[in-house]
Write a protein that binds this ligand. Structure first.
Ligand SMILES: NC(=O)c1ccc[n+]([C@@H]2O[C@H](COP(=O)([O-])OP(=O)(O)OC[C@H]3O[C@@H](n4cnc5c(N)ncnc54)[C@H](O)[C@@H]3O)[C@@H](O)[C@H]2O)c1
Ligand SMILES: [Zn+2]
Length: 354
């Protein structure tokens, strides 16, 4: 097996993220050695990943003497709801998983969030493992312990903090990921570069459309680790991870979710940069570099919605706290800060940003 990059996360529980080609092959051994009481492994996956990748994962677990059982649900965000969650919980109960058994989330962020929430709540919490198969899940959702499902009132409104026992980021899964989803994940990679990593930003500038590899994915996970370790429950620093997101949530909503999350984040970063430049917080030169990279990576630099529509949609965002809203503002490439803004100022900021 090839060498892997290992990233240790010191959250309320300590766990390792293994990144590399073939990383998923380590899972059975890990369970056998680190969690010797595990017998049943509930592999949770969606219908697309099921066809492509689940049989290899399931047979490796069985070969190691474990007892895998598989739960597959229809792919897509629309499945990330209480009904699918309830059938998953029923599945765990029917298969008599007990508190020493484990859930393994094999899929993108939808699978990881829902399987993680089931693990957080079944029998008041059992262990789970993340095996992300999308770029977004590798660099973002599989690390940090946020789990959730959507309800009619909004996305991720029912959930729990529950850290995984291990994360296996196998780059081979990305070989089958459609380009549109890869681009979605790249929006989050761009976020990390603007947030904290000038050298990653430079790499993206020199090859904006090239696939990223183990070291870049590991760099993103390392940044997420630093932020999660400093602020596991999102009371302060973790808010930095919302760079571009407050604008993005408005864009996604106004487009009827026709513009995907990662694309909206990239455009939201360009918007945050323009708003920062207008206020003198970011140099004009850095703002142009960010806008040029957003464009070179294939994303929209400007939105086609009116500033007033965006401002109204932002007021509905769950990140609104009382009379103010937190916006993440770039101060330079690799440096950002959370800026608390009175709601009365939002209209003006959005007008500067569009
Ligand atoms: N928990 C967190 O901290 C956090 C952070 C960011 C996003 N999220 C959540 O993540 C979700 C989005 O995740 P996503 O973009 O990974 O979506 P997703 O899980 O729906 O995956 C995207 C699509 O790619 C397919 N797919 C996955 N892996 C594949 C592979 N290797 N080959 C071919 N097809 C593959 C899936 O079937 C799906 O159709 C949202 O629900 C969001 O709320 C959570
Ligand atoms: Zn995001």
């Amino acid at each position: 097996m090839c060498a892997m990059t290992n990233i240790r996360i010191n959250a309320s529980t300590r766990y390792d993220v293994s990144v590399g080609s073939g990383a998923s092959e380590q899972a059975a051994d890990f369970i056998r050695t680190a969690l010797p009481r595990v017998n049943k492994v509930a592999v949770v996956t969606d219908s697309n990943v099921d066809v492509l990748h689940s049989s290899a994962v399931v047979s490796r677990l069985a070969d190691a003497g474990l007892a895998p059982v598989k739960f597959a649900f229809p792919a897509g965000e629309k499945s990330k709801n209480l009904a699918t969650y309830a059938s998953l919980i029923d599945f765990l109960a029917e298969n008599r998983l007990d508190r020493t058994d484990i859930v393994l989330a094999l899929g993108g962020g939808v699978t990881g969030d829902m399987a993680g929430f089931a693990a957080a709540t079944y029998k008041r919490g059992i262990d789970f493992i993340q095996m992300p198969t999308t770029l977004l899940a590798m660099v973002d959702s599989s690390v940090g312990g946020k789990t959730a499902v959507d309800i009619a009132a909004g996305k991720n409104l029912v959930g729990a903090f529950h850290q995984p026992r291990a994360v296996f980021c196998d780059l081979r899964f990305l070989d089958t990921l459609p380009d549109g989803w890869r681009m979605d994940g790249m929006g989050e990679v761009l976020k990390y570069a603007v947030l904290r990593d000038q050298s990653l930003f430079g790499k993206l500038e020199s090859a904006p459309l090239a696939p990223i590899g183990e070291s870049e994915i590991a760099a993103c996970i390392g940044m997420k680790r630093d932020i999660v370790e400093a602020d596991e429950k999102e009371s302060g620093m973790r808010k930095l991870l919302n760079l571009g997101h407050t604008f993005a949530h408005a864009i996604e909503k106004l487009s009827g979710f026709g513009i995907s999350h990662g694309r909206a984040v990239a455009t939201g970063i360009a918007m945050a940069s323009r708003a920062a430049a207008k206020r003198g917080a970011l140099s004009g030169e850095d703002c142009v570099r960010i806008e040029s990279l957003v464009s070179a990576m294939g994303y929209d630099v400007h939105v086609k919605f009116a500033a007033t529509e965006i401002a109204d949609a932002m007021m509905d965002d769950k990140k609104v706290e009382g009379e103010s809203i937190d916006l993440v503002i770039p101060h330079g490439i690799g440096h950002c800060a959370v800026c608390r803004m009175p709601l009365a100022e939002v209209g003006k900021v959005v007008a500067d940003a569009v």
